[in-house]
Ligand binder design. Structure first.
Ligand code: SF4
Length: 64
């Protein structure tokens, strides 16, 4: 699915920076969440602090 910025320029979702919060979120690699996550990142790509109300922390899988 193509994404566009406010000026109508097409954006490559692979070039949108992935915030650190996403790296510990269990939705990060969920294909069903990909569009919503990309739109959330796009909305905030110029912001200093990334805020996502859909964040769900990845469960700890190392047994601790
Ligand atoms: S739900 Fe939010 S925090 Fe989680 S991966 Fe998507 S954009 Fe990142």
């Amino acid at each position: 699915m193509p994404y566009f910025d406010d000026d109508g320029n097409e954006l490559d979702p692979n070039l949108i920076p992935v915030p650190g919060l996403c790296l510990i979120c269990k939705k990060n690699n969920d294909p069903g969440e990909e569009i919503l996550c990309t739109l959330t990142r796009l909305d905030q790509k110029e912001g200093e602090e990334f805020i996502c109300h859909a964040f769900e922390e990845e469960e700890n899988t190392n047994g601790f």
